[in-house]
Design a protein around this ligand. Structure first.
Ligand code: ATP
Ligand code: MG
Length: 607
């Protein structure tokens, strides 16, 4: 297979010595300077010949691995009608990120941000029996999202290339298998592209469904934070769970006592008050972590069968006093409900919530007539009370006693009070125990390059995709969806494969394998370079040949390093003087000088 050499004298390329003014990350700077892409509008990019070559190579790897697991390629339009997105409520729910437009008859259209609806409807259109399943379809497509802040070049664009795949199976087990197949294809894809990745357990988020993992490329410019355990497992912050804290033996803990603690409505004031009035017997002073802080939160539930319309519920969450509530993590556990901070009016409507002195005894099971430390009367409709997962059964707390200026000492969870449930309520910290118990968590940043997602029945139910099962009964189809940001992957490879001088592509995606540079004024060098190029072509090796006359060697070397092809061969003075060619890696490594007739073979060996 002969390949066509790109000649610098005619290649549609203009390299830049300076960084474009608004380029914010290395990949955006270098891809523009080296002539791979040009900016058309914010977050919208034009692909130049070199850029398109790299993009096509990445796509080829993705296609091979998708085809390898039996997924079949299709291609949808990017311009789609409103109706299917109406049926799944995404026409509204997608918010301002959705590009909406009208045709000349005033009908609504959109530029697809993802294609779940269309794939679901296509399978519904064509398939009707369990015998047709499983099937996995994919496409490599331009997607549109009106991102609030396009940034980092191709990493967050408003028009970008995505591979999206969707699996359709008769049951949940089938969905899991399809998910695992995609997942393993992703690992092979990123390994082959020489892109470091971390699979991160993710909450399912607004798409609904169950298991999901995000593949993040770890790098400091990433917008996503993930928590990493010593075991190598990783989670995004919403998906982190606290391992069960062992119960504490409270047999020696004194009985709970209610004491006046005026002017102690904040955690700091409580610590001061306790140190002054109630020194600890264990020799240390009081700490914020000895206080059970009770936070009132409003849960906004969507309508359900019992309540005909959306409804609002106040709850109270008990957390260690040295931590803060993380609303996003907490909210994830009340989905589909949304959380808000309680208002002044909320507190007014509940006299048992005494600001600064809110405690568990007026809440939850104990207030509904369950166990009570002080024989308080049953208020009937007590608010639900939840405890953060860091609160150990048997632990003793300094906490509010539901009266102005009064707190409890030694109020023991499990002895004196109970909760309606345990929740992940607080922010996670560097050093917290990892969910798998393998050791303390650390936090890193990354860019999401792909995601695998078990959708379950969400889309098949919304769009009525059913097939007949083996008993002739119509059942909804189980689905999964799987995305890779193809153009973002290209940028992430550039982001992780470059140096001061320019790009340094892994050979699998490089626009060519060898950059032949002819230098000097002597035509003899150009003849030698032509000969080398021809030999490389015959071996099927892709070449960029700098055949420009009247361009200085310095400029040519700078361009070669900027463009980032893995091997550079210099045909110049040495060739004219003693018939040798210098070969070096893009990174400056393994420099050798070989006789011209051995150059092609040497290069072939090095690739
Ligand atoms: P993000 O959280 O970064 O906005 P997402 O989770 O919304 O991404 P998905 O809907 O999961 O994105 O899309 C699948 C893949 O498409 C992502 O994993 C990512 O690699 C890529 N992608 C998403 N948004 C963009 C964008 N604006 N520009 C380039 N690639 C993107
Ligand atoms: Mg995602």
């Amino acid at each position: 297979m002969e390949s066509k050499t790109l000649r610098m004298s005619t290649l549609f390329l203009r390299t830049l010595r300076e960084d474009p003014a608004d380029a914010d990350v290395a990949s955006a700077k270098l891809l523009q300077r080296a002539g791979y892409i040009r900016k058309a509008a914010p977050g919208i990019w034009t692909w130049l010949p070199l850029g398109l070559k790299v993009l096509n190579k990445i796509e080829a790897v993705i296609r091979e691995e998708m085809d390898g697991i039996g997924a079949q390629e299709v291609h949808f339009p990017a311009l789609l009608p409103r109706e299917p997105y109406e049926a799944t409520h995404r026409w509204e729910e997608y918010g301002e990120n959705l590009f909406r437009l009208k045709d000349r008859h005033q009908a609504d259209y959109l530029l697809a941000p993802t294609h779940e609806e269309m794939f679901t409807l296509l399978v519904k259109d064509m398939y009707s029996s369990y015998k047709d399943l499983p099937v996995t379809l994919y496409q490599i497509q331009t997607k549109y999202r009106d991102e609030f802040r396009p940034r980092a070049g191709l990493i967050r664009g408003r028009e970008f290339v995505m591979k999206d795949a969707y699996s359709f199976t008769i049951d949940e087990e089938g969905m899991r298998k399809a998910y695992m197949d995609e997942r393993s294809a992703y690992e092979r894809i990123f390994q082959r592209l020489d892109l470091k990745y971390v699979p991160v357990f993710a909450m399912s988020g607004p798409m609904g469904g169950s298991a999901s993992e995000e593949f993040l490329a770890p790098m400091a410019i990433g917008e996503d934070t993930f928590a990493l355990a010593p075991s190598g497992k990783a989670w995004n912050v919403e998906a982190l769970t606290t391992p069960e804290v062992p119960a504490v033996d409270c047999s020696a803990t004194p009985a709970a006592s209610k004491q006046p603690t005026p002017d102690a409505a904040t955690v700091e004031a409580m610590v001061r008050r306790a140190d002054a009035d109630h020194p600890r017997t264990d020799g240390r002073s009081w700490a914020a972590s000895d206080i059970l802080k009770n936070v009132v939160i409003a849960v906004c539930h969507p309508e359900d069968e019992e309540h005909g319309e959306p409804w609002r519920e106040l709850i109270v969450v008990g957390i260690p006093g040295d931590r803060e509530v993380d609303m996003k993590r907490l909210e994830a556990q009340f989905a589909p409900a949304e959380l808000e901070e309680a208002t002044e009016d909320d507190l007014k409507a509940h006299p048992e919530l005494v600001r600064g002195y809110i405690g568990p005894m007026a809440l939850g099971p104990q207030a509904r007539g369950g166990r009570k430390a002080d024989g308080a009367s049953d208020t009937g409709e007590a608010l639900r009370y939840f405890l953060d997962a860091h609160v150990a059964r048997g632990s003793a707390w300094f906490t509010g006693a539901d009266e102005q200026g009064v707190d409890w000492y030694d109020l023991v969870y499990g002895r004196d009070f109970e909760a309606d449930g345990t929740v992940e309520a607080v922010e996670v910290r560097h050093g917290d125990m990892s969910p798998d118990g393998s050791g303390p968590l650390s936090f890193e940043r990354g860019v999401e390059i792909g995601q695998v997602f078990q959708l379950g029945l969400k889309y098949s139910k919304a769009l009525d995709l059913k097939v007949l099962d083996s008993n002739g009964k119509a059942v909804p189809v189980w689905m999964g969806c799987y995305g890779i940001g193809v153009s973002r992957v290209l940028a992430c490879i550039a982001e992780t494969h470059h140096d001061e001088a320019g790009l340094a592509w892994p050979s699998i995606v490089a626009p060519a394998q060898v950059h032949v540079v002819a230098t000097g004024k002597d035509e003899q060098a150009f003849d030698g370079a032509e000969r080398l190029v021809k030999e490389l072509e015959e071996r099927g090796i892709e070449v960029i040949y700098d055949d420009r006359r009247k361009v200085s060697p310095g400029v040519k070397f700078k361009d070669a390093e900027l463009i980032g092809v893995p091997q550079i061969a210099v045909v110049g003075r040495d060739y004219v003087n003693d018939g040798t060619i210098e070969i070096r890696g893009r990174d400056g490594s393994d420099k050798v000088t070989v006789p011209a007739d051995q150059a092609a073979a040497t290069l072939a060996d090095r690739l």
